[in-house]
Ligand binder design. Structure first.
Ligand code: HEM
Length: 476
């Protein structure tokens, strides 16, 4: 239906946000990570900027790559779920301006900060870092003001608890508030105390908030609604509302205990509780993936439970999937994403178990973090974008579906080479000829492979984001 000036419609897909997200990832987020990994892997001097680079990389990836994607998709998805028509054009423009401006400032000024010792310059540059946090906070504020309006309008879905995902959205809103405000406070402390990096413990605490209160709840919520359709999985026959309440309670307890542990002097007394709840949070995640049935496909797909008689079509869809191949092998991305999530949760769960039982372990939190952020989140974003966005923009299909398999291969190599060097036990490396040398080589190239994957993804998505209907590829 054509959009008129007077009648309010559902918002158009904010392609601009996704375009900016991919460019930020390709130009700043992944490249900073690649730079740091290259220095470490090939034993170059890390230089004064090392820790500032790491923090800029992490923040830019979370807000610029993952955050903008979540914002773009939810701003399209939520009004439709809530049956709420709203014009978002101007607000999306402001939102993308503030976030992009904040990220550019972060990229330039936080990375440069450690190199300036002169008091005047150091203070000017760190004020730019503060301005970056403020700009991003305003962007998050605009996003949340829209989401809250829609959430309030969302119909009570009490009648169907299997489809009720409001608690996941609530958690995500908490997560955005906590992350945005805390980054601002940490930047104020950086500015007033003349530091070159944000307080590392608190910064990593907030990274964890971003993962468990923003990324996972939105993946669960949208995963429950969209993934069964794209992957021909079973319909949701379990109480998602009940699960979301348990997840909510567990995460609030986990972060509550962790907060007290970080603040009080004898916080170590809380460690047994923290480790128990940490273990439980991982069990819940694995249980969710099992229920989604995306990896094992043990149950009958939702199509087999439909009452309507199946009408044969001229053209057969792909075996086990409802599409004809116009989105490439997007399922490689989605399946590998959830395999990484299970793997990361097993490792993280084991880490808490080992800490609880006093079993010595070398497992690195950084490896687990990247198994979630690079192994799970990045292919999930890519897979959902390649499968879902063509329908949202009106392109309807990909111009180059064959690229999708290559994107999946590259991003998984990037994740493998980034994560395994951090988690392989030292006895394996010591007993393998040139073990350390080879593993550091892999670590060194991980970022370069990641950058290749993201640019290939950009190449596949660019025609889709333009929004014109694409012709069916000749191969189909
Ligand atoms: C191949 C791609 C990537 C490479 C080579 C890479 C590299 C790195 C390196 C070397 C570190 C420092 C680790 C340390 O503390 O010793 C780091 C930290 C981090 N990375 Fe990545 N990374 C990649 C992808 C990602 C992605 C996709 C995300 C998020 C979506 C991400 C988010 C983070 C975060 C949050 C931190 C912690 C920052 C901090 O300590 O404040 N990375 N990364």
């Amino acid at each position: 239906m054509p959009y008129s000036d007077n009648i309010i419609q559902y918002p158009r897909f904010p392609s601009n946000l996704i375009h900016i997200a991919i460019l930020i990832a390709g130009l700043a987020g992944f490249t900073l990570g690649a730079h740091v990994a290259f220095l470490v892997g090939f034993d170059y001097s890390l230089g004064k900027g090392y820790f500032a680079y790491i923090q800029s990389h992490g923040h830019i990836q979370l807000i610029g790559w993952v955050g903008l994607f979540i914002m773009g998709v939810s701003l399209y998805f939520m009004p439709r779920l809530a049956h709420f028509k709203i014009d978002l054009t101007r607000r999306v423009k402001y939102l993308s301006f503030y976030i992009t401006f904040g990220i550019i400032l972060k990229y330039i000024f936080h990375s440069a900060l450690p190199y300036y010792t002169d008091a005047y310059w150091a203070s000017t540059i760190s004020s730019m870092t503060l301005l970056s946090a403020l700009s991003i906070l305003i962007g998050i504020g605009i996003y949340l003001s829209i989401i809250l309006r829609i959430a309030i309008a969302m119909k009570n879905q009490k009648n169907n608890p299997n489809r009720d995902i409001r608690i996941f959205f609530l958690l995500m809103i908490f997560g955005w508030v906590l992350y945005g405000v805390s980054q601002f406070i940490l930047s104020v402390i950086l500015y007033t105390n003349n530091q070159t990096i944000l307080l590392p413990n608190w910064n990593l605490f907030m990274v964890e908030i971003f993962i468990y209160l923003i990324i996972l709840p939105i993946s669960f919520g949208i995963g429950l609604r969209a993934i069964p359709l794209f992957m021909r999985l079973p319909s949701i026959q379990w109480n998602a509302l009940y699960f979301s309440k348990i997840y909510f309670g567990t995460l609030v307890s986990y972060f509550g205990i962790k907060l007290i542990y970080q603040i009080i002097d004898d916080g170590y007394k809380l460690l047994p509780y923290l480790n128990t709840v940490g273990l439980l949070k991982n069990i819940l995640i694995i249980w969710f993936v099992y229920q989604l049935d995306i990896l094992l496909k043990l149950r009958v797909p939702w199509t087999d439970t439909q009452k309507n008689k199946w009408i044969p079509h001229k053209k057969e869809s792909r075996k086990e999937y409802p599409d004809y191949g116009e989105f490439g092998r997007f399922e490689w991305l989605l399946k590998s994403a959830f395999s990484w999530l299970v793997f990361a949760s097993l490792l993280d769960g084991y880490l808490y178990f080992a800490l609880l039982m006093d079993i010595p372990t070398e497992l690195s939190k950084d490896g687990i973090r990247h198994a979630i952020l690079l192994g799970f989140t990045t292919p999930l974003i890519m897979g959902m974008a390649l499968r879902m966005i063509p329908g949202m923009t009106g392109a309807l299909r990909l111009k180059h579906p064959y690229l999708v398999s290559w994107i999946a291969i590259l991003v998984n190599i990037a994740a493998f080479t980034r994560v395994f060097p951090m988690i392989l036990p030292s006895f394996i490396l010591e007993n393998t000829p040139k073990g350390y040398e080879n593993i550091m080589f892999l670590f060194g190239i991980s970022g370069i492979v990641g950058v290749l994957a993201i640019w290939l993804f950009y190449f596949a998505m660019r025609p889709v984001l333009k929004g014109n209907r694409l012709p069916l590829p000749k191969s189909l």
